[in-house]
Design a protein around this ligand. Structure first.
Ligand SMILES: NC(=O)c1ccc[n+]([C@@H]2O[C@H](COP(=O)([O-])OP(=O)(O)OC[C@H]3O[C@@H](n4cnc5c(N)ncnc54)[C@H](OP(=O)(O)O)[C@@H]3O)[C@@H](O)[C@H]2O)c1
Length: 289
């Protein structure tokens, strides 16, 4: 008989990725528990332990993070609390109770000086408070050796249930004939639904360590916007601008494409291209003209 795994999804009630994980777990192999911040204090270890026991949790997916990249520059304390201290605490709890932990990190741990996709072996030298605190979270988890830890670095998320870059571009394109979009930052656009499905595949292998997981291919923000506008059937032309013409508080890597071959080697699965996923997303979840 197939055994059901009970997953606690932190960030599963309101987060972009957390809600996608909850959505794809509507299958017999997984049961998802998604308490909101008013139902579970994630910084209270005794509350978490009680929750784990009560619901017979065997896997925690941690999607909670301080994700406001620019705001983090002015709020480093809170960024450290969420991005470093929370994973450290979860790691201790999971290790002691032999619970599997799937924790999410980011392409922003890299400085972007490479011109070929980043592997998990590449050195991480983050440039922003967000990237630095996310890397500290990874390090806190990896400082103890245990075999039930998966860290998934992902990138440039779009998907249903919460406003994201693609939504914003489509709604701006309805109102404007042209939009200025940055073209000198290149990354791996990733559909949350695909990422969630692949995360489950990885969790089901019982492997451990750091993995990169993103849709196949690469794009600049301008290319991603352009494709989204095309999929939505809108008439608006994105104008490529440089990062210096669109200054942002936090420094971002100019190139952060992720090499996901380690994931494919372990699972035998290959994520599809971001353009295919974007089409799926726009056709399923956006009003097209
Ligand atoms: N979004 C991207 O493009 C991207 C790219 C690379 C990596 N990642 C990583 O992927 C993961 C998921 O990102 P995401 O975009 O899904 O994040 P998100 O949409 O910003 O969701 C973050 C979640 O954390 C919760 N949260 C924040 N502060 C909290 C607190 N003090 N106590 C309890 N809950 C709190 C939020 O709850 P409330 O709604 O109640 O605030 C929300 O559910 C993160 O680890 C992120 O670093 C994201």
């Amino acid at each position: 008989m197939m055994q059901t795994r009970n997953a606690l999804i932190l960030g599963g009630k309101t987060g972009l990725l957390g809600q996608a994980l909850a959505h794809v777990m509507k299958m017999p192999q997984w049961q998802a528990f998604c308490p909101g911040r008013n139902e579970l204090d994630v910084f209270d270890s005794s509350e978490i332990k009680k929750y784990i026991k009560k619901h017979n949790i065997d896997t925690i997916f941690n999607t909670i993070a301080y994700t406001a990249v620019d705001q983090a520059e002015d709020d480093p304390e809170q960024a450290h609390t969420l991005n470093r201290d929370l994973p450290a605490l979860l790691g201790k709890i999971c290790q002691a109770d032999s619970i599997s932990l799937v924790h999410y990190s980011t392409d922003f741990v890299f400085n972007g000086s490479k011109t070929t996709p980043y592997t998990t072996e590449d050195q991480a030298t983050p440039q922003s408070v967000y990237g630095k605190t996310k890397l500290l979270g990874e390090k806190a988890l990896l400082s103890n050796t245990w075999d039930k830890l998966i860290i998934i670095r992902t990138a440039w998320l779009f998907g249903p249930f919460k406003t994201n870059f693609v939504d914003k571009i489509i709604s701006l394109a309805r109102e404007n004939k042209c939009l200025n979009i940055v073209h000198d930052q290149v990354g791996s656009p990733t559909y949350t639904i695909d990422l969630a499905k692949h995360s489950l595949k990885l969790a089901e292998t019982d492997s451990s360590g750091v993995f990169h997981l993103a849709n196949k291919g690469q794009a600049s923000w301008c290319e991603l916007a352009s494709e989204a506008i095309k999929c939505a059937g809108l008439y608006c032309s994105p104008t490529p601008v440089t990062s210096s013409e669109y200054p942002q508080k936090a420094k971002r890597p100019p190139y952060s494409v992720l090499d996901c071959s380690k994931y494919s080697m372990i699972t035998g699965c290959k994520p599809r291209t971001w353009t295919q996923s974007l089409r799926d997303y726009v056709y399923h979840y956006q009003e097209t003209d």
